[in-house]
Ligand binder design. Structure first.
Ligand code: FAD
Length: 448
């Protein structure tokens, strides 16, 4: 039986390796860290989370909650490890990132069917391969992927948010609360920094005027007939300063929205808030939710200390911007994650155009199962369209190739319900029930 090579031991590659190995396939998992690192990773652990420590909602009627439940039904190693490393975060599954990555590394390295090879892969090897090298795929491998797929442009820009030392937040100004639960749960999971209208506009102007780090790679675009160079941003993860420049109030509808919160100091809804979420089990670090940024580090310290409650905050990590590499999936791959021009070549995770931690885990899971099936002489299978995992992978294979940008799990990908429902919550539960029934039937009829 052929061995399976997997390039990249991140979220997708680790899950893929586990799934294929559990199906009896021998796996060589290539991970270049710690021999060669990326601009964002800091350890040599497999499945390191580089930014937020949240894997999204745990509620079944929300897209990421449903996808997690589907992954659990499919025996996901990473979702199980996330649940074992969970820290308080309201209705979200947030993890201690170190505990999470260490657990996964231990499971993978001790699996009898998996050999972990700490080496940069510079060319796509022959034989069954899953490429799961993520948004920061190393340059030689990008060149090899371009050669094999004929793709030209393979990147855009994404950003990460800063983290502060919890003991340096001024809790006489900031207050703890989870959105919409301030009456029932006064010790909520988030730290909220409240703004008056005046404080908000002072902060906004400082943010808009602050100096940014220049980006090296720019895309030449035609703007009213004139060629200009500008960075290509990912619309779903814009730097906060780019958002701020679009409209003076846009942040109050986005990361700084105050809905569902009351400031216990004056019993009023603040004009705006910055929310901070616990980042580690020891409860010593907090990240600024939705505050991904590309400001100079000195400017981040100056501007973010204008946030009420963060006047004396110590920044343990500053935000940064990074390249995000992905293929034009609708042109190149099927919903089985197989390359159309080479059946034993699979793409999984962010490089396949899947967005979000849980989506990338699901993608590795699907690629691992299908690569194992191919090696064992069974046909790779698309997953049902009415499941979140299936609809996401159908989307990246079937979207319009002219306008393709990575996609995260969302209810809009699922086929419409037969019965109309106005209530979003109720609709979510009906989608979830249908998806989970469909997945159970698929596991029984096709995967077992
Ligand atoms: C700075 C940054 C911040 C992000 N923030 C978030 C966030 O907050 N929330 C979110 O959902 N997503 C975020 N993302 C996207 C995030 O990367 C993905 O959700 C997830 O990590 C992707 O999983 P993956 O397995 O595809 O890639 P990764 O987890 O990045 O794994 C890819 C692995 O491949 C390895 N590798 C690369 N090239 C080679 C090579 N040539 N040979 C061998 N190994 C190689 C890398 O070292 C890495 O370990 C962020 C990405 C970055 C870079």
């Amino acid at each position: 039986m052929d061995e399976l090579s997997i390039i990249g031991g991140g979220l997708a590659g680790s899950e893929a390796a586990w799934q294929a190995a559990q199906l009896g396939v021998l796996v060589k998992l290539y991970e270049m860290r710690p021999v060669k690192s990326t601009d964002a990773h800091v350890t040599g652990d497999l499945a390191e989370l580089v930014c937020s420590n949240s894997l999204g909602s745990t509620l079944r009627n929300r897209p990421s909650g449903l996808l997690k439940e589907e992954c659990s039904l499919l025996n996901s190693l990473l979702v199980a490890c996330a649940e074992e490393s969970a820290i308080p975060a309201g209705d979200a599954l947030a993890v201690d990132r170190e505990v999470f990555a260490q657990k996964i590394t231990q499971h993978i390295e001790s699996h009898p069917n998996i050999t972990v090879i700490r080496q940069e892969v510079t060319e796509i090897p022959d034989g069954p391969v899953i490429i799961a090298s993520g948004p920061l795929t190393s340059d030689p491998l990008v060149a090899s992927i371009q050669q094999v797929t004929g793709a030209r442009r393979l990147f855009f820009y994404d950003a990460i948010a800063p983290i502060v030392n919890a003991s340096t937040i001024d809790m006489s100004i900031a207050f703890r609360a989870s959105r919409y639960k301030y009456e029932t749960d006064p010790h909520g999971d988030y730290v909220n920094c409240p703004f008056t209208e005046e404080q908000y506009f002072i902060f906004l102007n400082a943010l808009k005027d602050a100096q940014r780090i220049p980006l090296k790679e720019k895309e030449t675009i035609l703007n009213e007939g004139v060629q200009i160079n500008q960075p290509a941003f990912f619309e779903a993860c814009l730097p906060v300063e780019v958002m701020a420049a679009r409209d003076p109030l846009v942040l109050t509808f986005g990361p700084m929205r105050p809905v569902g919160l009351r400031n216990p100091n004056d019993a009023q809804r603040p004009f705006a808030v910055v929310q901070l979420r616990q980042d580690d089990l020891a409860d010593t670090l907090y990240n600024l939710v939705g505050f991904q940024t590309n400001l100079l580090h000195s400017e981040q310290a100056r501007v973010f200390r204008l946030v009420p409650g963060l006047e004396h905050a110590e920044f343990v990590r500053f935000g940064q911007m990074h390249r995000n590499t992905y293929i034009n999936s609708p042109d190149l791959i099927d919903s089985t994650l197989q390359c159309r021009s080479r059946a034993d070549l699979f793409f999984a995770g962010q490089i396949a155009g899947i967005e979000g931690y849980i989506g990338n885990i699901a993608s590795g899971l699907l690629a691992g199962i299908n690569a194992a099936r191919l090696i064992k002489g069974q046909a790779p299978v698309p997953f049902p369209l009415d499941t979140m995992i299936g609809s996401l992978h159908h989307y990246i294979a079937d979207a319009n190739p002219e306008r393709f940008q990575p996609m995260k799990a969302n209810m809009g990908l699922l086929p419409p319900l037969e019965i109309m429902r106005r209530n979003k919550q109720e609709k979510g539960y009906i989608h979830a029930k249908r998806a989970l029934n469909s997945l159970r039937a698929f596991i029984e009829s096709t995967l077992n």
